[in-house]
Design a protein around this ligand. Sequence first.
Ligand code: DHB
Ligand code: FE
Length: 283
Amino acid sequence: MSEVVGGIFTSHVPGIGGAITKGLQHDPYWKPFFDGFGPIHAFLQREKPDVAVVFYNDHGLNFFLDKMPTFAVGAAPDYRHEDEGWGIAFDRPMPGYPDLSWHIIESIVNDEFDPVTCQTMTVDHAVAVPFELAWPDGDFPVKLVPVAINTVQHPLPSPKRCYDLGKAVGRALESWDRDEKIVIFGTGGLSHQLEGGRAGHINVDYDKFCLRNLAPDPEALLQHDTLDIVELAGSQGVEILNWIAARGALRGSVRELASNYHVPISNTAAATVLLENREKVRA
Ligand code: DHB
Ligand code: FE
């Protein structure tokens, strides 16, 4: 029987990759962010998940503005990291899991979602940076199922649609009958805007609202529509949609084990949250 053991939520600022490459984890600028991963390393040591399902947004690598799916699920045997630069030297293979990808796709299509299915797929910093943060040494011990959400080209999906997608993925995982442990990732955020007159925009109040409610009351995050979130959190802060979807996939009793918030990393309010998911007894 499969088990969803928890959720890891983290910013994916590409500069974090540069800091890892240069070994700057203890540098005063970076330390407050990297310190947030201590509890996550302990959790992963303890739980030893077999699979990671990652809700993230592609930034123009695998999809560009000419073809932008609202939702896409990877079903590739492996995923190459081909990020845009920043001195990141990550070339570790990310093994895929086509059997589980197709199980998820079958199940969510049956639930009336219409994802693009990707049998070849590259991933950018939004997957690679969280993986490097979670498993800094050796090979990645998990098989990856990437779920891409359009947070880039409007119109973007609503927070409720993303939450419902996450719930549908969570139901698919509950019906996966291999004896495997699964960890969910939601990447991106928190508030940030990289361009235009509001470049550097950060909204501590909105970020704290999201962090406060993520575990106990995720539906509170649905009260703002997508354009409200752009206004509140910035044009890239809307990456919180990935967190909302990931939280939807945790369908058991959810408890916060760790939370870290540090402003700024690059132009971003950086946050890391670890949620434990204790499954309710299945019918
Ligand atoms: C930054 C943050 C992001 O989420 C991203 O995708 C690119 C850059 C930044 O703060 O530099
Ligand atoms: Fe981003």
